[in-house]
Design a protein around this ligand. Structure first.
Ligand code: DAT
Ligand code: MG
Length: 153
């Protein structure tokens, strides 16, 4: 099924890494049944982050956002599965953790919008752009999990 191959780009932000939440965050997507297709640990440059957040360049919080995001290592990831983009966003919760429901990652694990621990693509189009920005083609791995037929009918 082609729709199972939808990909989203998620990234544990520097505060998530510093607070030791990488494993907890990855666990949620693994347990859900999504398939990891790319993962790395990098300290990103300001230039890369300016590209990643180029849509927000005119916003007053942009300089602070780039400074925060480049303040330490992050964990960029590609995840694949049915409705991965929309469901991924639901699992993240609202942009502002104060508006995020309990049970979501931001609702459970953080407090302020400027330290909201995780990024998730907002559309299939931006997911594809973001995966191409953070990963080379070879770093994105196509594979079949042993449990695939137990996740999808
Ligand atoms: P999201 O990360 O939920 O996709 P976004 O794309 O609108 O949200 O913004 C990107 C990040 O910028 C967001 O995760 C945190 C920061 N941000 C957004 N709005 C902000 C605000 N009003 N004040 C401070 N930081 C903000
Ligand atoms: Mg966004």
């Amino acid at each position: 099924m082609a729709e199972q191959r939808e990909r989203t780009f998620l990234m544990v932000k520097p505060d998530g890494v510093q607070r030791g939440l990488v494993g907890t965050i990855i666990e949620r997507f693994e347990k859900k049944g999504f398939k990891l297709v790319g993962l790395k640990f990098v300290w990103p440059s300001e230039e890369l982050l300016q590209q990643h957040y180029s849509d927000l360049a005119s916003r007053p919080f942009f300089p602070g956002l780039v400074k925060y995001m480049s303040s330490g290592p992050v964990v960029p990831m590609g995840w694949e599965g049915l409705n991965a983009v929309k469901t991924g966003r639901q699992m993240l919760g609202a942009t502002n953790p104060a508006d995020s429901q309990p049970g979501t990652i931001r609702g459970d694990l953080c407090i302020q919008v400027g330290r909201n621990i995780i990024h998730g693509s907002d559309s299939v189009e931006s997911a594809n752009k973001e995966i191409a920005l953070w990963f080379t083609e070879k770093e994105v791995v196509g594979w079949t999990p042993a449990a695939e037929n137990w996740v999808y009918e």
